[in-house]
Design a protein around this ligand. Structure first.
Ligand code: AMP
Ligand code: MG
Length: 501
């Protein structure tokens, strides 16, 4: 669900959006109908014209009062049927029972012609309490809403499957977190917000009829090509497993860490979903934990591939009553490892500018990660500068080499890398171009988000919008925005992000 091939027409007024809610056509056990809780005196914090383009919405609408009121939950979008969905899930490896949309309200889906399956659901996050709020207040804070907004749009621009973000609205209404903060509502878009945990919910409640209704709903809307397969539920599990493996390979290749890979945060479409304490790898440490409440490091960078596989097993368990034989579920799950490895390998090959594949490449990659680890090299800068390497001029390596504390280790690896490039007659100029197309110069470093958030908390939203613009072109040289590619300042070393804010 990334940028459509077709140019966006961006012509629709807000009230012209053709909206319906097919999830609300499922039996009532799947959701609760309710209205968002009004947000006092809301204002627009930021909007994504690219996201608006996906649903042909005219971004000029962002500045209308109706827009702000609608996406704060204060005004009904004509044709919408607001609901909160029920789901369950495993949190940190433990069955957590019923969770559900505790602060998200689904308005319905809108046509999105260039985006399979042709519709995008609109969901308000932070729109007030629901029957699934448990101990929560149903709200989201400005800080986390801006982070979700920027990261969704940044991931889409990187070409990584993700939910999208249309806008954030804010209010001076205070909510209590570790300290008082102001509330905000983020409007998200995805073809479906169904999670692995949506299936687990019906499985653990022993409700096979509902399980089947949900699986049929997802297949009919999002995987119609699987409908006529011999065992469409097994096909669904294989396809979700495959997409999840590919998504995780893309996360690893760009250094993205989700932070809370609970099964209720895993999209049935293999999209990056529910941005919370996420982070992008900067000083490389494979054991890095971006969520400071994850003391065991269950969701550390190096753990993500195996955790995602574990999550696919949880989905497989839930789908088993529909699939039938354990061996069939097992067969679907077994594709995870080969799919993940093949995808990661292809991505690493491209990141290193290799056009061919050799059996020894894995040792080249391993050696690279081990010198990056030893020197805690900045992840985005390393790969970006690697593209500037010249085959016959090691003096040009200085900016790259200077990233390493252990320069000798880099030199040793560079000899291996150069000889590998020479074996395939690699040419500097085209390799540089190709590498810069896959190694982003600009990623959402924590401190960049924090600077934009600090200003936004003072009601200056310009930096959020500016940062969005930079992140929308992550692979381009943007000489005027060079500072957004810089290493984090010292104060950023202590930034901490935790769950659910
Ligand atoms: P998360 O860790 O953000 O994916 O959230 C896990 C569960 O807690 C989901 O069911 C959320 O809807 C719920 N939740 C998180 N924050 C809040 C909140 N402030 N109010 C109500 N429910 C929340
Ligand atoms: Mg969640």
């Amino acid at each position: 669900m990334n940028a459509p091939d077709r140019p966006a027409r961006n012509t629709l007024r807000l009230d012209e959006l053709p909206i319906r809610n097919s999830f609300a056509e499922l039996p009532p056990a799947f959701y609760t109908r309710l209205q968002p809780t009004p947000l006092p005196d809301p204002y627009l914090v930021c909007g994504s014209a690219a996201a608006a383009g996906l649903i042909d919405l005219d971004p000029a609408e962002f500045s209308s009062r109706e827009f702000v009121e609608t996406f704060s939950g204060n005004r009904a979008l004509p044709g919408s049927t607001p609901i909160a969905a029920v789901y369950s899930g495993h949190q940190f490896g433990v069955w957590a029972g019923q969770l559900g949309d505790g602060r998200a309200i689904l308005l319905g889906e809108v046509e999105a012609p260039g985006t399979p399956p042709g519709t995008l659901e609109l969901q308000l996050k932070g729109a007030g309490m629901t029957p699934y709020s448990r101990m929560g207040d149903g709200r989201a804070v400005l800080r986390s809403s801006i982070r979700e907004f920027l990261c969704s749009e940044a991931m889409a621009a990187l070409g990584i499957p993700t939910s999208r973000a249309l806008c954030v609205t804010g209010s001076d209404q205070r909510v209590m977190r570790e300290m008082p903060e102001t509330s905000a509502v983020a409007t998200r878009m995805a073809p479906s917000f169904v999670r692995f945990g949506s299936f687990e919910h019906w499985f653990y409640n022993g409700r096979k009829d509902e399980l089947k209704i949900l699986a049929d709903h997802v297949i009919d809307r999002c995987y119609p090509e699987l409908r006529d397969d011999k065992n469409p539920y097994q096909s669904l599990l294989s396809e979700v497993t495959r997409r999840t493996a590919h998504m995780i390979a893309q996360w690893q290749a760009v250094g993205f860490m989700h932070g809370v890979m609970n099964t209720d945060n895993m999209s049935i479409l293999g999209l990056t979903l529910d941005y919370g304490p996420f982070g992008f790898m900067e000083a490389f440490d494979a054991q890095h934990i971006c969520n400071h409440t994850d003391q065991q490091g269950r969701y550390a960078y190096s753990m993500q591939p195996q955790i995602a596989h574990w999550n696919c097993y949880a989905l497989g368990q839930a789908l088993l009553p529909l699939i039938g034989a354990v061996e069939d579920a097992q067969a679907a799950l077994e594709i995870y490892q080969p799919e993940y490895k093949a995808k990661l390998n292809a991505l690493l090959q491209a990141k290193l500018g290799l056009q061919t594949s050799e059996p020894e490449d894995s040792s080249l990659f391993d050696a690279m990660f081990s010198i990056m680890q030893a020197s805690h090299v900045d992840f985005p800068q390393f790969f970006r500068k690697l593209g500037d390497l010249r085959l016959d001029d090691a003096t040009a390596d200085a900016p790259l080499r200077d990233l390493f504390i252990d320069r000798a280790a880099f030199d040793t690896w560079a000899v291996q890398y150069r000889s590998r490039l020479k074996r395939e007659n690699s040419q500097d100029a085209p390799r540089r171009l190709a590498m810069h197309r896959v190694n982003p110069k600009y990623v959402l470093r924590n401190y960049l988000a924090q600077v934009a958030i600090d200003k936004a908390q003072e009601k200056d939203f310009s930096e959020v919008q500016r940062l969005l613009q930079v992140l929308e072109r992550p692979y381009d040289e943007q000489p005027e925005n060079e500072r957004y590619a810089a290493l984090p300042p010292d104060w950023a070393a202590h930034l901490e992000v935790s769950c659910s804010s």
